[in-house]
Design a protein around this ligand. Structure first.
Ligand SMILES: [Mg+2]
Length: 184
């Protein structure tokens, strides 16, 4: 079994879940991070929590580039991680399939993440072959082991950056796996 831990940042309004960014880390050492060029910018601007917590983690102009990135931009569109949603779907599919035939997806409070991930390819029935039909949830494993969230390793930095969150999910999942092993 090869696990892929992932996290999405998204805008949701009770009806739709719209991708902002996605981070994935695989047991085989590969990592993936992308920011959705097609994200609903106007709606995000009006969303205070996203503006305060998620937007600061998106690519910013740095060095010489900083002067070329208009202040009105939420993020640096020319950063190579910024891609069209359709392309992100293709790359995520390739990333998952490259992990082999026996893959587990893992996320933290992952119900919305799973739906937004699956919607990269359209309807439920459009899920590409080789992409698991469900995501394991760190919270379910934590609950099964009778642990409180505060007992688990805490994230040091980068919270709400999708890649930093995915890396932390991997660390927590592995920590839980050790605890589960000790209980046997
Ligand atoms: Mg996150």
């Amino acid at each position: 079994m090869t696990a892929i831990d992932y996290d999405l940042e998204f805008l949701e309004n009770g009806r739709t879940i719209e991708l902002i960014s996605i981070g994935m880390v695989c047991d085989d050492g590969r990592e993936y991070y992308a920011v959705n060029r097609d994200m609903p910018i106007r709606k995000i601007r009006k969303h205070r929590w996203l503006m305060e917590n998620v937007v600061p983690g998106l690519p910013k102009g740095h060095g010489d580039r900083r002067n070329h990135v208009p202040k009105s931009w939420l993020f640096d569109y020319s950063d190579p991680v910024v891609k069209r949603r359709e392309r992100i779907g293709d790359e995520v599919m390739d990333f998952i399939r490259a992990a082999g035939p026996d893959i587990e997806l893992w996320a933290n409070y992952g119900a919305y993440d799973h739906v937004a991930l699956a919607q990269l390819w359209g309807r439920m029935i459009d899920l590409p072959e080789g992409v698991p039909m469900f995501t394991h949830d760190i919270q379910q494993e934590r609950s099964r082991l009778g642990l409180a969230w505060d007992n688990l390793p805490q994230q040091e930095a980068g919270e709400h950056n999708a890649l930093a969150d995915a890396r932390h999910n991997q660390a927590v999942r592995r920590w839980l796996a050790v605890r589960a092993g000790e209980r046997r």
